[in-house]
Design a protein around this ligand. Structure first.
Ligand code: ATP
Ligand code: MG
Length: 137
């Protein structure tokens, strides 16, 4: 059984869609292993998305992540990483498949409602970024 790290991003928190989005996770068969609401600091946001720090959109992404708290969750399911990316949808909500979370709650390619880990290595790093060992074991 596999785990992935999900973030419900500031626009979805501000739009009061935390419950609706968590309902989709549970309906899709994910178990919630851990969950916390965090008001990210600039340092935390930069560290989380460090792989993108040279990209032109990075300042926009940082600014967005500081507009409201986020909800970080550890989700568990068979094939969790791929399965989550399916219900999340493509990065740009305009291209995301009908019925995906980003198609329904994303505004644009930056303000796109949710994050999901993209590999077992990033899932391990991202889970440890938000949760202590004792919170996830
Ligand atoms: P995430 O990592 O948030 O789950 P993702 O894996 O679909 O999304 P990444 O390429 O990892 O996409 O980009 C990380 C985040 O940076 C995106 O979710 C989005 O908020 C922002 N982003 C990515 N590409 C662009 C872009 N071309 N223009 C503006 N913002 C972007
Ligand atoms: Mg990514």
């Amino acid at each position: 059984i596999e785990r992935t790290l999900s973030i419900i991003k500031p626009n979805a928190v501000s739009a009061r869609k935390i419950g609706a989005i968590i309902q989709r996770f549970e309906a899709a068969g994910f178990s919630i292993v851990a969950c916390k609401m965090v008001k990210l600091t600039e340092e935390q946001a930069q560290g989380f998305y460090a792989e993108h720090k040279e990209r032109d959109f990075f300042p926009r992404l940082m600014q967005f992540l500081l507009t409201a708290p986020v909800v970080a969750l550890v989700l568990e399911k068979e094939n969790a990483i791929e399965s989550y990316r399916e219900i999340m949808g493509a990065t740009d909500p305009e291209s995301a498949a009908t019925g995906t979370i980003r198609a329904d709650y994303g505004q644009n390619v930056t303000i796109n409602a949710v994050h999901g880990s993209d590999s077992p290595e990033s899932a391990a790093r991202e889970i440890a970024y938000f949760f202590a060992e004792s919170e996830v074991n």
